[in-house]
Ligand binder design. Structure first.
Ligand SMILES: [Zn+2]
Length: 199
């Protein structure tokens, strides 16, 4: 495949090798400077290996009627997450603002609930920073979460659009691990015992 501007071949005969290649490619696309380059790379790769992206979406993503059922549960709060899942810090301010505002408008129109909360796509420092925190506030979101790991402290009241998030991604799904994460012990180590990371 074309990687870093040159044709490269990869060995992926075993599951371990496949995972390893996936990690390499993931790091590569995440490091690309713009959203367009990232999308072009994934489209090209999918086309080349006959992967139908739309089929994946149909199989894996909920449709509006399923979302409406979910939203009807009293324990569920639907939040906004942009329209195109763009890494907001990598696009012009106008685009980022439109992505946030539009996603809320579409959800409100479809589910009849106006989301008060936002989560930044991808959500690390390269995807959401002070500009996005300010925009979310200006747009009237009550809270917005990053994927910067951490738990809540009283000091976060001054940074409600830069909240940390505990990621449950299938690697920590045993309840006892989740409890450790929620205790803040693991993320305190990770953050060097600094409480708020909102810069
Ligand atoms: Zn996402």
């Amino acid at each position: 495949m074309l990687l870093d501007g040159r044709q490269q071949g990869f060995e992926c005969g075993t599951v371990a090798a496949k995972r390893d290649l996936f990690d390499q490619l993931y790091r590569y696309v995440r490091g690309l400077p713009t959203e367009e380059q990232l999308r072009a790379f994934v489209r090209d790769l999918s086309g080349r290996y006959h992967v139908d992206i739309m089929e994946f979406c149909k199989e894996l993503c909920m449709d509006w009627s399923e979302l409406a059922t979910l939203a009807g549960d009293p324990l569920v709060t639907i939040g906004a997450h942009t329209v195109n899942h763009v890494m907001l810090a990598k696009v012009p301010e106008r685009t980022a603002r439109a992505e946030m505002a539009m996603s809320r408008a579409v959800i409100e129109a479809s589910l009849g609930q106006r989301p008060d909360h936002l989560s930044y796509p991808v959500g690390d420092n390269t995807s959401a920073g002070p500009r996005e925190f300010r925009m979310a506030e200006e747009l009237g979101f009550k809270t917005a979460v990053t994927t910067r790991p951490g738990v809540l402290f009283p000091e976060h009241r001054d940074h409600l659009t830069a909240l940390p998030r505990i990621s449950l991604n299938g690697e920590h799904q045993q309840l006892r691990y989740v409890r450790v994460l929620l205790s803040g012990a693991a993320t305190a180590m990770w953050n060097g015992f600094r409480k708020v990371d909102a810069a």
